[in-house]
Design a protein around this ligand. Sequence first.
Ligand code: ADP
Ligand code: ASP
Ligand code: MG
Length: 435
Amino acid sequence: MKFGGTSVGTAQRMKEVANLINDGQPKIVVLSAMTGTTNALVEIAEYLYKKNHEGANEKIVQLENKYYGVVHELYESNEYKEKGIELIKAHFDYLHSFTRDLFTLFEEKELLAQGELLSTALMQFHLEERGIKSDLISALNFMRIDKEGEPDDFYIKENLKRELNQLGDYYLVITQGFICRNAHGLIDNLQRGGSDYSASIMGAAIQAEEIQIWTDIDGVHTNDPRVVEKTHAISELSFDEAAELAYFGAKILHPTCITPAKIANIPVRIKNTLDPKAPGTLITSSCNKQRIRAIAAKDGITAIKIKSGRMLMAHGFLRKVFEIFETYKTSIDMITTSEVGVSVSIDNDKYLVEIIEDLKKYGTVEVDKNQVIICVVGDLIAENKGIAASVFNAVKDVPLRMISYGGSDHNISMLVKAEYKKQALVELSKNLFNG
Ligand code: ADP
Ligand code: ASP
Ligand code: MG
């Protein structure tokens, strides 16, 4: 069971999580940092990179005071209030120790890890105070990524098993989401929103019966509820559909968190901590099919067009183009081709300048920044006639930069300028679900 930032966002919420997990079933409980904490830590890191120690200290003190408030509310006895205060003091003394001249990526990762270390330690004390049997294990003892930044499944499985075996007879095992070690043994993380991924990796490692993601909404919705009105929770999704939605921007799930569950064939259930009785969304390999299930959007996309009448149709041309992206470890999201050119989209433009320089060897290059991928997910096999027509009819007033259909049976993607994102999402929702 993984609980996100809002789910453990206040002392009261933590108490409710304690009630939810204490249901007689043995489980691993993966916690995120309390809501706002990771954002605050990112801000502190920005001050430290700029060597603005005063700014950093001010932010650290602000955050620290918030935690003393939590301790005061979370614990009943003076004994646990004191334990809580000691814990907060230790973590924040550590944070203050970063206000020195040397601040590198390594220090940043250590700093970011404090949020999850705090939330799990606070929860463990709370369970102890209530007399609920539980054990806290450190994700830093078993979560590990390899040189490519991918989870090291074998290492994780062996070391998580060892940690659990050491506990002997366990009931509730509390651990941190998001944080891990890298191939060099240094503290690292699974990127923002990575606690979902942690839970899925751990669930797969122990062959859990089910992986549950507890969040602040009653399941995966038909569209982004922050942008579109009248969305509703979807009762079931296939692994493939959920993976497409997560990858193409549905913030509720970390982009790659479905993969471990899918490979291990473990159902994933999305539940609402604020309304635990709501059925939520169940993600499995065998769910009923539906023509159109949901829509998602992925921001911050750059489109690159390479035009070359001379070389495009020559064999090996696409390989050469893709090799450039591979060299710069930049993955491609969408591809479209024609007789005279190929367009690709990327979400990481760190090496854009270098990529463009290299691509110029093979043709003329055009770049469009600030694009958004709009992704429609469902049972989109070609036999389901008319789906593409209804999708494109819905966005008839939106200029489309790229269209991709047929890469899988579950996805139609369109690339639009950021300024058209809301219109595209609203029109698709209106036409495909509410109309
Ligand atoms: P947590 O802190 O629990 O990980 P997140 O904020 O990461 O929660 O994800 C939950 C949020 O994702 C919701 O509050 C909602 O605003 C947003 N969201 C975006 N797209 C969707 C969607 N398709 N379905 C449900 N929620 C979505
Ligand atoms: N606390 C981390 C973040 O805010 C990880 C997570 O919440 O999933 O990104
Ligand atoms: Mg999240």
